[in-house]
Design a protein around this ligand. Structure first.
Ligand SMILES: CC(C)(COP(=O)(O)OP(=O)(O)OC[C@H]1O[C@@H](n2cnc3c(N)ncnc32)[C@H](O)[C@@H]1OP(=O)(O)O)[C@@H](O)C(=O)NCCC(=O)NCCS
Length: 226
């Protein structure tokens, strides 16, 4: 795991978020404060690293919810590891390379949110068959080596961000083949088509916005559904 620069993550995240989304970034283990009782109860079996990650995300989310005028409520994880957001709130969480990102918004402003941060260097071409659809693979294999590795991680991250955004709306696990993605434009926008039959109806007539960015250290993807 590479440690990545929090300043760079903050800068890149700020460029991705619309004004109705409140986002926060923190170094794992850096925030003062404690878990609420129900959160601490859920975290009992966690090892040191997971506890630090869980505690940082929960403290970060609490500070973001305050900005929405929400009282301090426990943010528990459901059976599928999904965060259970307070009524009327949507949000998403990611952690990688010692950094935690959390996003929240009012549900009246958007249906769902997803965020994903990935360290550069982990995605090798031999995994392409597992992650990408044939048409995505063809577009990636057409690129030179540098652009191929950059775009591949961006698309991977975009799929994970979409997964987190789709779950609260469908309550279903879907694999990487569920979504067909274009390569990102220069501004990081990705066009997407929901291919999986089991969730397609839910997104009919809805706008899925996917945007990515990356540096030499990481790729960052943001998804929202309206
Ligand atoms: C769930 C998954 C997306 C998490 O991604 P990851 O890179 O392993 O981990 P991240 O640090 O980025 O994200 C972890 C956070 O995701 C969130 N998350 C996990 N499962 C979730 C779900 N079902 N719905 C919404 N959010 C979820 C949680 O908030 C978790 O943090 P927390 O446990 O501290 O609350 C990934 O493990 C996975 O299962 N991917 C396969 C499914 C997929 O991506 N399909 C592609 C569809 S096109």
């Amino acid at each position: 795991m590479t440690d990545i620069s929090i300043t760079e993550v903050e800068r890149e995240l700020a460029g991705l978020l619309p004004s109705f989304v409140h986002g926060g970034v923190a170094q794992c283990g850096s925030l003062p404060g404690e878990l609420l009782a129900e959160e601490a109860n859920q975290a009992q079996p966690y090892g040191k690293k997971r506890l630090e990650e869980f505690t940082t995300t929960r403290l970060l989310v609490r500070s973001l919810l305050e900005k929405l005028g929400q009282a301090a409520l426990p943010l528990l994880s459901g059976r599928h590891r999904e965060p259970i957001w307070p009524k009327g709130v949507v949000g998403s969480i990611t952690h990688s390379g010692g950094i935690v990102i959390a996003l929240v918004a009012r549900q009246e402003d958007c249906q769902s949110l997803g965020v994903d941060l990935e360290c550069r260097g982990g995605l090798v071409a031999k995994l392409f068959d597992k992650i990408f659809r044939p048409e995505e693979r063809a577009k990636l294999l057409d690129l030179d080596e540098e652009n191929q590795s950059k775009s591949a991680l961006q698309l991977f991250s975009a799929k994970e961000a979409f997964y987190k955004a789709q779950f609260p709306m469908t309550h279903r696990f879907v694999g990487f083949e569920a979504l067909s993605l274009s390569l990102p434009t220069k501004t990081g926008n990705i066009a997407c088509t929901v291919v999986a039959d089991e969730i397609r109806e839910v997104f009919k007539g809805r706008d899925i916005r996917l945007t990515v960015t990356s540096t030499c250290q990481f790729a960052l993807a943001f998804c929202y559904v309206q």
